[in-house]
Ligand binder design. Structure first.
Ligand SMILES: NC(=O)c1ccc[n+]([C@@H]2O[C@H](COP(=O)([O-])OP(=O)(O)OC[C@H]3O[C@@H](n4cnc5c(N)ncnc54)[C@H](OP(=O)(O)O)[C@@H]3O)[C@@H](O)[C@H]2O)c1
Length: 284
C-alpha cells in the first residue's frame, strides 16, 4: 500500500482503533476515523452515515461495537461488506474474538460481498485490566468474574494494532483468519498476581454469579448490553477452548508476542494503577 491510499478505521477512537490510527498516521497513510463523535459522525445503526468513510477509501479496519456475536451484528456486517464492495474498497481487516460461533457468522457475512477480509480473532486484551472493564476492579484490589479460573493467553493491544496495520498495508490483501494470542496462558488469578507484583499491592480474583458480574460492571459504567454480553462470553468461551497459544503474532510481525508481565510493567509505569485513580478510574 502506498502512502497515497486511504484507510478508514471504524471504531477509530476505541481501544484498538486509536492504536491503528496512530500507527497509520506515523506511516504517512491518510486516515479517516469512524465513530459517533467524529465529524461527520459514523453510526453502525445508520448505514446512511457510512458513505463519507467508505467513498474513495482503499481499505478499512473494522472494530464493531458492542460485539460481533450479538444479535444484529451479522446483518450489519453483511451490509458493510456490500457497501465496501460498492465503494470499491480492496481489503478489510476485521477484529473478532476466538471460539465464538456467532462471531464467525458475522465474519462470513462481511466476506459475502467478495471484498477480501483478514479476520483477527483475538484473545482477551491485556489492556482490559488497564483501560477497560477490569480497570475499576483492579484498582479496588478485587476482580470478580463469573467463571472458573480458566487460562487465557491475554493479547497486548499494541501487538494487535501492529498486526492490523501490517494486514492493512502489505502489498497484497490477504483473505485469511488469524488467531492472535499472547505467548503464554495465564489464569485470571495468575494475571492478578502479576499485577500485584508490579503494583506493589494485592489484587485478588473471586468467583461470582453472571448476574452479580453484570450488576458490578454496570455500576462501574459498562453499558448494560455490553456487560450482559461480557457475562455470556465469560460463561461461553472461557471453558478452555481458547487456552492454546498460537504463533500468528510472530508469523506476521517476525517477533514474539508481548508477555503479560511486560505489558503489566509498562502499564504500571504509566501510573494507571496508582491508588489516586481509584476515585476516577474512567479518567485513567
Ligand atoms: N476486550 C477484549 O478483550 C476483546 C477481545 C477480542 C475481541 N474484542 C472485540 O473488540 C471489539 C471492540 O473493539 P475495541 O475494544 O477496539 O473498541 P472499543 O474500545 O469498544 O471502542 C468502540 C469504538 O467504536 C465507536 N462506537 C461505539 N459505538 C458505536 C456506534 N453505535 N456506532 C459507531 N461507532 C461506535 C466508539 O466511538 P464513539 O463512542 O465516539 O462512537 C469507539 O471508537 C468488539 O467487537 C469486541 O468483541 C474485544
Amino acid at each position: 500500500m502506498t502512502p497515497s491510499t486511504t484507510v478508514s478505521v471504524l471504531g477509530g477512537t476505541g481501544h484498538s482503533g486509536r492504536r491503528v490510527v496512530r500507527r497509520l498516521r506515523d506511516r504517512g497513510v491518510p486516515v479517516r476515523v469512524g465513530s459517533r463523535s467524529a465529524d461527520p459522525a459514523f453510526h453502525w445503526e445508520r448505514s446512511d452515515t457510512w458513505a463519507p468513510l467508505l467513498d474513495g477509501a482503499d481499505a478499512a479496519y473494522v472494530a464493531y461495537t458492542p460485539d460481533l456475536a450479538l444479535p444484529g451484528a451479522e446483518k450489519t456486517m453483511a451490509r458493510l461488506g456490500e457497501a465496501a464492495r460498492r465503494h470499491g474498497l480492496r481489503r478489510l481487516v476485521l477484529l473478532s474474538g476466538r471460539g465464538e460461533p456467532r462471531a464467525a457468522r458475522s465474519e462470513e457475512a462481511l466476506r459475502s460481498a467478495g471484498v477480501p477480509v483478514a479476520v483477527l480473532r483475538s484473545s482477551w486484551f491485556a489492556q482490559d485490566f488497564s483501560e477497560h472493564f477490569l480497570l475499576g476492579p483492579v484498582l479496588a484490589g478485587e476482580v470478580a468474574l463469573p467463571t472458573a479460573d480458566v487460562p487465557e493467553p491475554f493479547l497486548d493491544l499494541e501487538d494487535l494494532a501492529d498486526v492490523a496495520v501490517e494486514m492493512l498495508c502489505r502489498p497484497q490483501p490477504a483473505e485469511v483468519t488469524l488467531e492472535l494470542t499472547g505467548p503464554r496462558s495465564l489464569t485470571f488469578a495468575e494475571a492478578a498476581a502479576e499485577l500485584s507484583r508490579v503494583m506493589g499491592r494485592s489484587v485478588i480474583t473471586v468467583s461470582v454469579t453472571p448476574e452479580d458480574f453484570v450488576a458490578g460492571a454496570v455500576a462501574a459504567g459498562v453499558p448494560p448490553e455490553e456487560a450482559a454480553a461480557l457475562a455470556d462470553l465469560f460463561v461461553e468461551v472461557l471453558d478452555g477452548r481458547n487456552t492454546s497459544v498460537t504463533a500468528d503474532v510472530e508469523r506476521v510481525l517476525g517477533r514474539p508476542a508481548t508477555d503479560f508481565a511486560d505489558f503489566a510493567r509498562r502499564a504500571a509505569a504509566t501510573g494507571v494503577w496508582e491508588p489516586a485513580r481509584l476515585s476516577d478510574p474512567a479518567g485513567a
